[in-house]
Design a protein around this ligand. Structure first.
Ligand SMILES: Nc1ncnc2c1ncn2[C@@H]1O[C@H](COP(=O)(O)OP(=O)(O)OP(=O)(O)O)[C@@H](O)[C@H]1O
Ligand SMILES: [Mg+2]
Length: 264
């Protein structure tokens, strides 16, 4: 058995008297692609923020590679749900700044490698022509694509994505999903991905395992579902397999069940 890489043990987070999540146990092995799904407000962003090191859980522990997470680090790249960018910098500078912070090389050839990387990613997300605009001059989807380019550009070992494609049209979303799979499969550095999504098809297409959460308060892991589809996956072929249909039905049942429990 492979040793766990990211390990959450009994993780809980309270905000004052409100306990958002409780008793979260989750082991992710190095190289896994895991998605988190659950109803709005159940605590998905809370969990991802804790793994990013933006706060300490009020209960339990989180370890990465055997060490407790004590703050943000370049080993983890995060795309926030509100796709936060530096408002005074252009699209290009927002992405370059992130790369520069992680790869501090100052020699001309090192700078060129960074510029090439930024250009490639801005082209991938379709923003090369808009690279001189500031965040305030962008549409919501463009801001989101800039945030995605930033996180991809720093080639973190663990990529934490909080609904990174939520505001995008279906076509852009599909191509960024494929880019994400490429990054994860072929880029040596980015080994492990933890992603929040509301889109069940996206979760199935991308992940090895899907973590379904219960509703809050005291939201916890309802079930961890293995995705039994071989890789590389072919999007359209996948949609016609029995394994896909069964899995989708199971996930929808889990989510519907919780809606009833939450309403009670
Ligand atoms: N800083 C905070 N202070 C107080 N309560 C908070 C804070 N952050 C989150 N919460 C509460 O914790 C719960 C979980 O919030 P969280 O943002 O993690 O949900 P989510 O699953 O990401 O939802 P969504 O799918 O809508 O993004 C909510 O009830 C929310 O109000
Ligand atoms: Mg959220």
């Amino acid at each position: 058995m492979t040793a766990p890489y990211l390990e959450l043990r009994g993780v809980g987070q309270s905000f004052g008297k409100y306990t958002a999540v409780a008793g979260i146990d989750l082991s992710v092995t190095r190289g896994e692609f895991v998605t988190l799904i659950g109803h709005s407000g159940c605590g998905k962003s809370t969990l991802l923020n804790l793994i990013a090191g933006l706060g300490k859980p009020t209960a339990g522990s989180i370890e990465l590679d055997g060490k407790p997470i004590s703050g943000p680090g370049a080993d983890r790249g995060m795309v926030f749900q509100n796709h936060s960018l530096l408002p005074w910098l252009s699209v290009y500078a927002n992405v370059y700044e992130a790369v520069d912070a992680v790869f501090p090389g100052r020699r001309p050839q090192e700078k060129q490698v960074k510029r090439d990387r930024v250009e490639r990613l801005l082209r991938v997300v379709g923003l090369w022509e808009h690279r001189d605009k500031r965040p305030g001059e962008l549409s919501g989807g463009m801001r989101q694509r800039t945030a995605v380019a930033r996180a991809f550009a720093i080639v973190p070992r663990v990529l934490l994505l909080d609904e990174p494609f939520g505001a995008l049209d279906a076509l852009t979303r599909t191509s960024l999903q494929d880019e994400l799979i490429n990054l994860w499969s072929f880029d040596q550095a980015t080994e492990t991905v933890l992603m929040v999504t509301h889109d069940i098809d996206e979760a199935i297409y991308l992940s090895d395992r899907i973590v379904v959460m219960t509703n809050g308060p005291r939201a916890t892991v309802r079930e961890v579902v293995q995705v039994p589809l071989a890789r590389p996956r072919e999007r359209h072929a996948m949609l016609h397999t029995a394994a896909y249909a069964d899995l989708k039905e199971h996930l929808l049942e889990l989510l519907a069940e919780r809606a009833v429990v939450g309403a009670a």
